[in-house]
Every structure is written in structure tokens, then in C-alpha cells.
Design a protein around this ligand. Structure first.
Ligand code: ADP
Ligand code: MG
Length: 973
């Protein structure tokens, strides 16, 4: 049924069995949920389990192994054939489960990022995840929401929707509730429908859900697009490249081993099998999947700390952030406003020093405290009427009230009520006609109300206004505007003084500015309030002019107590915290000092920003930690300039205008509570509690994940080097084949599987946040890792081959089992020792990574099984070792552990912890960015990594858009 637009609203509701004022009952909703399924688009990009399994089975290495098994089978070597097949199954299973876990984690992230919707159920408004919407649900649409499902509009207050995702038209479309009974219309002309995934750019509305999930227009489009490949993360791409390099290297080595073996007249069949298994063993084929799992686990860890990751590469990028640009209100502060100062022309009331009525007392007969200066009462009444917050009886304490909505507005409503001005009462006398919503661009909002024509219905606070209006010929409507003082002064022509509108002279201008600064200096968030008499409802563009300035309200918003520590942590970690706010510079400075963000007294405002030439901005950027009165466009400029300096930028934002900056930033961070759908959609990460400290915790987690990825790469590759070394050197010592094919595969399977995964969940190191961020384009082998891989690998080879050689020389038939066991033990010792890059295992404790301890224990158990259980002895050609022999293996194998510990000890002795910022590029006289400091060499292409990240994302997005456009083009035909 796609002709909802032709029916009138009542009919639509009837058909859907719904009701505007009651919505669906909870029972009916759950019944429909069962019938229609979840309201979500089935992502084509994600693979289903069969696809994953097929990919695993057809992976080239597995095929090589299967061929090898068949060859050995044909040659009559059934034991090897069966063994290889068994191991192939295990490898494929391991690969499958890793890949499946990774995909599941990505899918979970997608589900979590679905927006919440305000829906009417059982006559009450609730907020639920868009996933649970069903046809017939009544939903609210507000500016900057993403439409959660296909809906028929029932009520519209200037509702405008941008539908480019469906129609390709970027101009927003006005929506109303009128039925369009005429002939068939194209999608773009359905002015009474709101379609899933389009964006509400303006106004408010009420709508009934008509279709959900894959039945929506977007669902049709998605189902027509073929699967879009999920972009690998930049790290995965680098690993892929690494894998290819290693493949060539190991092929070369294997060829050498093969040739040497043939020259020495080894059994050709055995050599062939050995070569194949060695290739398989040498390649870290599971690496990309393990990386994805590590990232996904990191994302899960971050979610526990209230940071929701929306795309996986962000986890990795977070670790290299060098600047965090944060909003002020709600992120650095608690967003718990209390009105503390009321200022009208020439008079100021400080509510903190005056006696205040008990909070939430709802006695309405209390004498009106602030009536003496009537303009103060007018100020309060106006700010309460021009307001979308509501007072609601507190659920826990029924005698008390609490404000719901934006905390800034809530504080105004609350204060007014405390002074006896109830929003509900005022609004019933002056019903709201329309609203021009707040945008961060204008930094103000306006509501227009019907002015009572019956004098008895005029509230006492508006009496002066009424008397005055009588003199100028009456008014039928009144507009109230509130916003930043500067934005109001731009549109005010008069000022309200003693019941009169006087021209806003230069002197008054200055007076207001001075007062404004005084209030801001004490950290108050200041809001200006104005009104305007109106004869008729005018177009909204024209309403905000010729206003009469009433006064200012100063609000207190304390800094979050945990932020100071988080800021200091950032500074220790070489990350520069920067505050970007729309508030007054002095308010900004006050809070910045309080949370220790301010390094200098230098503050940049939007005005100064737009006058500065870019080069100059680049030059002074490093000195500025506070940007005030900044509008959203300038956020983008700040991000881009910082990036030009080589910074990796995390930027917070909450509104639709922040979206470009969020996209441009390396990590766009949306606010979970205050943020709009559009901001969340544009962001890489959502802070569920809006808290700066959460962001810093996420950065820390990002660093931990990056470290852990390095650790398991180091572990995997050093183990592989060890194995290859054994195979390569043995012939030169005149030994027979040191390890049999099945033994190699076994080592590969047990040591590479679980311990590597467990290294991925290693907890944070002590100095994670006490060192500078790793350079963004750092080679994955950087900071000595390549060197470590080589020497640890060689050492492993030396100790195990040495043991085997010694036993072989004295003719002990156990020599191969000794070698096999020592190698495994050495690898386990390595896994334990490389858990930390500088602290010893004894400092961090054996128990601090229980999964790894478990994995190591399990691997040791399996090794014993292979050595002592007769069935496996036959399969793996092992002999039981005596207790003494086993002890020898243990002692010799642990040499690797001790050597790695020794290296860390030397590191600790000779390289004290660093806590200073390394990344300080400098501008030379030609204004070119010049690197300075320890990491200079890594600066040759400072944006390499970042280009990768953003380009791939953009490409994916534009591809999707392109496909959507194409699909909707088909539709029109
Ligand atoms: P921040 O950058 O600290 O988050 P905002 O961008 O939220 O600050 O607010 C900047 C200014 O915009 C505030 O000082 C206030 O004057 C004004 N403002 C914020 N919210 C509203 C609103 N709902 N109505 C009118 N003005 C507002
Ligand atoms: Mg803001």
C-alpha cells in the first residue's frame, strides 16, 4: 500500500487502527512488531554465515593444504592426509568463528546507532529505539531528527524535510497534513509524507508510521543495491600489504629450504609437503580478522564507558588523536543550569544573595517576590513563554516539580515558577501560535503568541506592556525572542525602560555590553530576552527585527568535577584540549580556567577568526585553547587548519550545523543526550553521557587497542620467524627435517590461535596516557618492533634448534619431540613477556590478563597431550619425554622469556618515561609546516594516514548515495 498520501489523515489513522491522542497500546505494538518485524534495513554489506564459511573454505591457503592432503592420500600416506584434513578443518573453523565474531560485532554497532524516537503508546509519550517502531505508531518529528520510518504527516508546524537521500533533491520540502487526492504523484511531491532516512531540517510535526523496515521506500532502494563491500580499516589495508610482502619473503625462504633439501637427497614427497605447510605456517593469514576482533572488542569496552563507536576504524584513530576540540556546555560543564542573575535596564537582582522560595513549592498563592521592578517579572515571563521546556510533577516526589527539556530553558521555567509565574498558566492566557526554532547560526529563538483582547485575561506581569500597547494602538500578537545578547542586539531597535520602549541608543548599547561582560566574567551563561508587538502573524523571516530588548538572564552551570582530571590526563598524554563554545569569551575563559584548559589568556572569537588570513591562523593556532562565540561554520575551519598542522583532531558537536565539522574531523564526536540525529549520523563516535571525561577514556582505550594490535602482530610474526629459522638452519647443521609438516601446522594452530587473541584484550599499560600519541603514519613496525620480531624469532629458533641438535648429536631418538616442545614453550614464554612494552611480567602480574593465562595453560596442556597420548603420538610422530627431558625443554624454552624481560629492564633503566608533547610542528618563515622534535622523520607525509581514513569513508558514502540516486531514478521511469 503506497498511496497513503492520497487519503486524508483520519482515513489513514482508521486504516492503521491508530489514534492521534492515544497511539497504539503496548500490547498491540508488540503484536505488530511480531507481524512486521524490526524497523531496520537489512544491511547488504554484511556477510551471512554461509558466505563467511565459503570464504574460509576457499581461502587459497586452505586450498593449498587440501591439495597437499589429497596428494599425500594418493601417494598412500593416509596418516598425513587425515592429519592435514583435520587441521584444515580446525583452521577453517577458527577463521570462520573469528570472522563471524567480527561481523556480529559490526552489526551490533549498527543496531546501537539507530536513533531514538518519541512515540505515543497507551496515551503517553515515550522514547524508544527506532528499531521497535511499528505501522500505526504516532511519532513526533523535530528539527534535526532523522525520520525513523515512512510516515504520514498528521500535524505540521513549519515542518520541512530534506529528502536528498531518496530523491536527490537537496532543497528541503515543506510538509503538511493535506491529502493529495489527485493523480499519482512522484515521491518528491508527496508533501504529506515523511520518508525513512530523510532529515527534518526545520519545524515540528506529528506523524503516523505507515511502513517500517524493508517495506519503506528506503528499504526498496536498499534491496535493489547490490552488496556494497565493507571497507577494510586503514590498518587492515596496511596489514594486507604486509601479508603480501611476507608471502613473497616466505615463498623465497621456502624455495631455499626446498632446494637445500633436494640437494641433500631428502624424500621428495616429504620436502614438498614440508614446503607447503611452511608457507601456511609463515603467513599470518588470520591477522586482518584478529585485528577486526580487537577493534570490535575495544568498541565494546568503550561502550561500557558510555562511548558508542559508530564505525570501527575510529577505534584505531582514537589512539592517535593529538587535539580534542570540545564544546563547553554539557561536555565540560554539567549542563545543570540555575538562574542566578536577572538584569534589566539599570536594575539587577542577584538570586543567590536574595532569599529564595523552596525549590518546587507549588503553592501559587505565595506573594510575588519579584513584582517590585515589573520589568524583571516581564523578563522572566518572556523567557518562560519563549521556551520549549516543561514543568512536570516529579515521579519520585509527587509534591515537587522538575523541568524536562533543554536544561538552559528548564532553568528559566523553574525560576519563573519559583517566583509564581507558571508556564502553563501564562500559556493558557497567551497561547502560542508559532515558533521560529533556535539554530546555532542565529543563536536565538522566537515564539509568537496570541495577545488577549480581553483586558481581564491579561496576566499581571504583562500589564505594563498592555498599557503601553494601548498607547501605540494595541496589538493582537506578541513575539518573544531569546538568545545570545549579541545576536539580539543585532535585531533590537528599542529597550524596555520603566514600562516604555525607548530607542536603543549607543549609550545603552555600551551599557548592555559592559553588563554582559561583568556577568560573563563570573562564568555565567548569559541569555538576552526581547519582545515585539505584532498586528498579524508575519512570515518568520520578518519577525526577528525591530525588537524591544528587555534584559539579560545569567545562569550558573558548574564545571563537571571529573573534567579537570581528564584535561590534565590529556596534557600528560600529549593531547591538546581545546574549548570551542558559542558563549561569551569571558564565560568561556572562566570555565576554561576552572578545568585547566586555558594555557594562555588568548581567546579567539568568530569575528576575529573570519578576519584572520589562513596562514596567520595556522601560525597562532598552537597558542589558542579557547574559541568563543564560534558559530558552526568556523568549527570546520578550525578542524581543517589543525589538520593542516598535522594534527589528528577529535571534534565534538551536537547540531545539524556541526555535521560538516564532525565529518571533517578525524574523529567526529556527537553528544548522546544533547546531540541531534543528524550530528550522530555524521559522527564516528557518540558520547552517551555527553561527558568530556568519557571522550578521554575512549582515547585511552584507543591507545590500548593500538598497542595490543602491535603486541599480537609482534607475537605472531616473531613466532613465525622462529619456525622458519629452525627449518632454514637445520639443513646447514646436517640435520634431517627438524619439524614434520603436521608438527608445523600444529604449532601454527595452537600458538597462533588463542594466545594471539588473548593478547588483544591486554589491559592498559601504566604509561598509556603518560606518553605522546604515536605518530599518525607510524609504521606498524615502528618503535623497535621490527627489530624485536627478528631477534626474538631468531632466539626462539636458536634455543629450540639447539636443544634438538644437542639431542640429535648424541643419538637420542627424542630429539625431534624435544625441539617441537621447546619451540612451543619458547613461544608461550614470549606471549607472556611481550604483554607489556616496558613493564616486567612481575610488575603487571600473571593474573592481570586471565584470558592469556588460560590460553597459555591450554596450549601447554595440548602440547602434553600431543606428547603423551598414544593416538596423537602416532599422528604427530612424537615420543614421550622423561620428566628430566621435559624440565630441560622448560628451562631452555624460558630463555626467550628471560631475554625479553631483560630487554624491558634495560629499556626501563636507560629510557625514563616521557611525559612531554613530541608533536610540535613549527611554521618556518615561508609559512610551510615544518616538523620539529623527536618524531621529525615520521612527518614526511603527515596526513597520509588521515587521507586514507577519510577518503575511504567518503568514497563509501558517495557510492551509497550514487546507488540510491540511481535506484530512485529507476523508480521515476
Ligand atoms: P556551548 O557552545 O557552550 O555549547 P551553546 O552553543 O549551547 O553553548 O549556546 C551558546 C549561546 O546560545 C548561549 O549562551 C545562549 O545564549 C544561546 N542559546 C543556547 N540555547 C538557547 C535556546 N534554546 N534559546 C535561545 N538561546 C539559546
Ligand atoms: Mg554548542
Amino acid at each position: 500500500m503506497s498511496n497513503w498520501y492520497k487519503l486524508d489523515a483520519q482515513k489513514v489513522l482508521q486504516r492503521l487502527g491508530s489514534d492521534v491522542s492515544f497511539g497504539l497500546s503496548a500490547v498491540e505494538a508488540s503484536r505488530r512488531l511480531e507481524k512486521y518485524g524490526f524497523n531496520e534495513l537489512i544491511e547488504q554489506g554484511l556477510k551471512n554465515p554461509w558466505q563467511i564459511l565459503w570464504e574460509q573454505v576457499t581461502a587459497s591457503l586452505v586450498i593449498i593444504l587440501i591439495v597437499a592432503a589429497i596428494v599425500s592420500g594418493l601417494l598412500g600416506d593416509y596418516k598425513d592426509a587425515v592429519g592435514i584434513i583435520a587441521i584444515v578443518v580446525l583452521i577453517a573453523f577458527l577463521g570462520f568463528s573469528q570472522e563471524y565474531q567480527a561481523q556480529k560485532a559490526i552489526a551490533t554497532l549498527k543496531k546501537l546507532s539507530l536513533p531514538d524516537v518519541k512515540v505515543l503508546r497507551d496515551g503517553r509519550w515515550e522514547e524508544i529505539s527506532a528499531r521497535y517502531l511499528v505501522p500505526g505508531d504516532i511519532v513526533q518529528l523535530e528539527a534535526e531528527d532523522i525520520v525513523p520510518a515512512d510516515c504520514r504527516v498528521l500535524e505540521s508546524f513549519g515542518l520541512r524535510i530534506q529528502e536528498s537521500t531518496l530523491t536527490g533533491v537537496s532543497e528541503p520540502v515543506d510538509k503538511d497534513s493535506q491529502a493529495l487526492a489527485q493523480a499519482d504523484l512522484q515521491l518528491g511531491e508527496h508533501h504529506n509524507m515523511a520518508y525513512m532516512d530523510t532529515v527534518v531540517t526545520y519545524g515540528r510535526g506529528l506523524a503516523v508510521v505507515t511502513e517500517t523496515g524493508m517495506n519503506t521506500e528506503m528499504g526498496h532502494v536498499v534491496s535493489r543495491i547490490q552488496a556494497v563491500e565493507v571497507e577494510p580499516t586503514p590498518l587492515q589495508k596496511r596489514l594486507d600489504r604486509l601479508g603480501r610482502g611476507l608471502a613473497f619473503a616466505s615463498l623465497a625462504v621456502v624455495a631455499v629450504i626446498l632446494i637445500l633439501g633436494m640437494l641433500r637427497g631428502e624424500d621428495l614427497r616429504l620436502m614438498f609437503l614440508t614446503a607447503i605447510t611452511l608457507v601456511v605456517a609463515a603467513l599470518p593469514e588470520g591477522l586482518p580478522a584478529v585485528v577486526t576482533i580487537a577493534l570490535a572488542l575495544g568498541a565494546r569496552q568503550m561502550l561500557k564507558r558510555r562511548a558508542l563507536i559508530r564505525n570501527l576504524p575510529a577505534v584505531e584513530t582514537l589512539g592517535s588523536v593529538t587535539v580534542i576540540c570540545s564544546g563547553k556546555t554539557g561536555t565540560l560543564t554539567e549542563n545543570r543550569m540555575t538562574v542566578s542573575v536577572l538584569d534589566v535596564a539599570g536594575q539587577r537582582i542577584d538570586l543567590t544573595t536574595r532569599m529564595r522560595a523552596p525549590v518546587g513549592d507549588k503553592s501559587r498563592d505565595r506573594p510575588f517576590l519579584l513584582c517590585q521592578p515589573p520589568s524583571v517579572a516581564l523578563l522572566l515571563a518572556s523567557s518562560t513563554l519563549c521556551n520549549n521546556a516543561l514543568l512536570e510533577p516529579d515521579r519520585d516526589e509527587p509534591l515537587y516539580f522538575r523541568a524536562v527539556g533543554d536544561p538552559t530553558e528548564g532553568a528559566l521555567v523553574m525560576t519563573s515558577a519559583q517566583q509564581g509565574l507558571w508556564k502553563g498558566d501564562l500559556e493558557s492566557l497567551l497561547p502560542r501560535v508559532t515558533e521560529v526554532s533556535y539554530t546555532s547560526q542565529r543563536q536565538r529563538m522566537t515564539t509568537i503568541h496570541k495577545f488577549p483582547n480581553n483586558p481581564s485575561r491579561i496576566p499581571c506581569v504583562l500589564e505594563t506592556v498592555w498599557h503601553w500597547s494601548e498607547k501605540i494602538g494595541g496589538m493582537s500578537y506578541i513575539g518573544f525572542t531569546k538568545g545570545t545578547v549579541n545576536s539580539l542586539l543585532d535585531v533590537c531597535s528599542h529597550i524596555w525602560i520603566n514600562g516604555q520602549a525607548k530607542p536603543l541608543t549607543e549609550i545603552w548599547h555600551r551599557h548592555i555590553s559592559v553588563t554582559y561582560s561583568q556577568l560573563a566574567k563570573n562564568g555565567l551563561r548569559v541569555m538576552g530576552v526581547a519582545f515585539r508587538p505584532l498586528q498579524s502573524t508575519q512570515a518568520w523571516e520578518d519577525v526577528e527585527q525591530d525588537l524591544i530588548f528587555i534584559g539579560m538572564v545569567g545562569m550558573n552551570d558548574p564545571a563537571r568535577p571529573e573534567v579537570r582530571d581528564a584535561v590534565l590526563t590529556c596534557k600528560r598524554a600529549g593531547i591538546r584540549p581545546v574549548m570551542i563554545t558559542g558563549d561569551h569569551p569571558l564565560t568561556a575563559q572562566f570555565i576554561a580556567r576552572e578545568v585547566s584548559i586555558a594555557d594562555s589568556d588568548r581567546i579567539l572569537t568568530s569575528d576575529e577568526l573570519s578576519q584572520l588570513p589562513t596562514e596567520e591562523l595556522v601560525a597562532i593556532l598552537e597558542d589558542i585553547s579557547v574559541y568563543a562565540r564560534v558559530s558552526s561554520e568556523h568549527k570546520l575551519e578550525i578542524v581543517q587548519t589543525l589538520q593542516r598542522r598535522g594534527h589528528i583532531v577529535a571534534m565534538t558537536g551536537d547540531g545539524i550545523n556541526d555535521a560538516p565539522a564532525l565529518k571533517a574531523a578525524n574523529i567526529g564526536v556527537a553528544m548522546g543526550i544533547r546531540g541531534t540525529d543528524v550530528a550522530k549520523e555524521a559522527a564516528d563516535m557518540v558520547l552517551l553521557d555527553d561527558n568530556f571525561a568519557t571522550l578521554v577514556a575512549a582515547v585511552k582505550e584507543g591507545r590500548v587497542i593500538y598497542d595490543n594490535i602491535r603486541k599480537f602482530i609482534k607475537y605472531l610474526l616473531s613466532s613465525n620467524v622462529g619456525e622458519i629459522w629452525v627449518m632454514l638452519v637445520a639443513p646447514f647443521l646436517g640435520m634431517p627435517l627438524p619439524l614434520l609438516p603436521l608438527q608445523i601446522l600444529w604449532i601454527n594452530l595452537t600458538t597462533d590461535g588463542l594466545p594471539a587473541l588473548a593478547l588483544g584484550v591486554e589491559p592498559a599499560e601504566q604509561d598509556t596516557m603518560n606518553r605522546p600519541p604515536h605518530p599518525p603514519n607510524e609504521n606498524i613496525f615502528g618503535r623497535g618492533m621490527g627489530r624485536d620480531i627478528i631477534w626474538i624469532g631468531i632466539l626462539m629458533g636458536v634455543v629450540s634448534l639447539g636443544t634438538g641438535y644437542a639431542y640429535w648429536r648424541i643419538g637420542n631418538p627424542n630429539w625431534q619431540t624435544m625441539l617441537f616442545t621447546t619451540l612451543t614453550l619458547a613461544q608461550m614464554g614470549n606471549a607472556l613477556a611481550i604483554r607489556s612494552e616496558r613493564d616486567s611480567l612481575f610488575q603487571i602480574g600473571l593474573l592481570s590478563n586471565k584470558p592469556l593465562l588460560g590460553a597459555v595453560t591450554l596450549t601447554l596442556g595440548l602440547q602434553l597431550m600431543v606428547t603423551y597420548v598414544p593416538f596423537f603420538q602416532k599422528l604427530f610422530t612424537t615420543l614421550p619425554l622423561s620428566a628430566v627431558d621435559l624440565a630441560v625443554c622448560l628451562v631452555v624454552g624460558s630463555v626467550v622469556f628471560w631475554c625479553v624481560e631483560l630487554e624491558k629492564w634495560l629499556l626501563r633503566r636507560h629510557q625514563p618515561r616521557i611525559g612531554k608533547l613530541h608533536l610540535v610542528p613549527e611554521v618556518d618563515n615561508k609559512n610551510h609546516v615544518q616538523p620539529r622534535g623527536v618524531t621529525a622523520s615520521s612527518f614526511t607525509s603527515p596526513r597520509l594516514h588521515l587521507c586514507n581514513a577519510s577518503k575511504s569513508r567518503d568514497r563509501a558514502a558517495s557510492l551509497r548515495l550514487h546507488l540510491r540516486l540511481k535506484a530512485s531514478g529507476y523508480k521515476r521511469k
